[in-house]
Design a protein around this ligand. Structure first.
Ligand code: SF4
Length: 331
């Protein structure tokens, strides 16, 4: 029987494992504090019958094989997993704080046309400990203030493991990382959107990118399965509030979805939503013929939304020179 990975266990699962081993389950607090808060190896913990626990668990970790720094101080990490697969994560400076952009799958099945991560398809889901280890490693470099699940992979195709990771990160004996500082980005899987609002208090970002199914089908083939109406209906059913709104991500492509007519259509689609809109000027790369929009057009698009009272931001690109910007992570 395969042994569980220590950092894939929730606090509750660790308690029941300790109980099975006749170790006081209260020691789960001590273990969480030791491995997440102090970030020490489990081998160095002072715990009665520690050998029994060590015998029942595995403690694999990720190996950093490359670390590249961009001109704007964004740092990209290339990790090798225990099975030799590779993933990337990015540490992004935001004023005086740091945001960790992490991967949830090796590759991605969705093959969005603008994204490098999905071009070779999906290899496998990341396990919970592989998600957590990315954050621990980045946090050793700089204290992480916010986490975005926006690296390679569709997080909702690895739903169980990302939810576990969020709860482990949030546990107050360990990292005590506030769920309000965690954002999960999805291409839009209706049932999971509703579940996510029940299972966590973290933030959701929806990668929308088009106002009609014809264009969205071309940009994001998953739209052939879940069209815009079914995704937005799920967002309506989810328990959004003004304080827990959905972030709508809209990548702007030159002459494709960046006209003022598109901006007006977007305001109509999002009418009555608790949402904010993040406009992301496309980062051109050699794997796509799509073009970056003009800066002036981006500003006009923003202004159209703002006039209709939408909260709207332009997401500036980080780490473009090291292929660490949005949609540029590979493996
Ligand atoms: S944009 Fe996200 S969902 Fe689409 S292929 Fe890339 S990683 Fe997958």
């Amino acid at each position: 029987m395969t042994k569980p990975q220590l950092k894939s266990l929730t606090h509750k699962e660790l308690q029941s494992l300790l109980k099975q081993l006749n170790i006081n389950p209260f020691n789960a607090n001590k273990v969480f504090k030791h491995i997440y808060h102090k970030q020490e190896s489990i081998d160095t913990i002072d715990l009665p019958n520690k050998e029994k626990l060590l015998d029942k668990i595995e403690t694999k970790s990720l190996k950093i094989i490359k670390k590249i720094k961009s001109k704007d101080h964004t740092t990209k990490f290339l990790f090798q997993l225990a099975d030799k697969n590779k993933i990337e994560s990015v540490l992004i400076p935001q004023r005086n704080k740091y945001c960790a952009c992490i991967s949830t799958q090796v590759g991605c099945a969705l093959r969005c046309k603008f994204c490098i991560s999905g071009r070779n398809g999906l290899k496998r889901n990341l396990e919970t400990y592989e998600i957590i280890e990315q954050i621990i490693t980045l946090n050793k470099e700089k204290p992480v203030y916010s986490i975005v699940f926006m690296g390679s992979g569709e997080p909702f195709h690895n739903y169980k493991n990302i939810i576990k990771a969020i709860h482990i990160l949030n546990n107050h004996f360990g990292f005590n990382f506030g769920q309000k500082h965690i954002t999960v980005s999805t291409a839009g899987i209706p049932k999971k959107i509703i579940d996510f609002y029940k299972d966590t208090t973290a933030n959701l970002a929806l990668s929308l990118n088009a106002t009609n199914n014809k264009l969205r089908n071309q940009l994001m083939p998953i739209n052939n399965t879940y069209g815009i109406t079914s995704i937005l209906n799920a967002c309506r059913k989810a328990k959004t509030t003004p304080r827990r709104r959905i972030m709508i991500e809209y990548i702007l492509f030159k002459d494709l979805n960046d006209s003022l007519e598109d901006a007006n259509k977007l305001t109509k689609l999002l009418q009555g939503f608790h949402c904010a809109v993040n406009l992301i000027p496309f980062n051109e790369h050699s794997h796509s013929k799509l073009k970056a929009p003009n800066r002036k057009q981006v500003e006009l698009f923003k202004e159209t939304l703002r006039r209709k009272k939408f909260k709207v931001f332009i997401r500036e690109s980080h780490g473009q020179d090291i292929n660490a910007a949005c949609g540029m992570l590979s493996n």
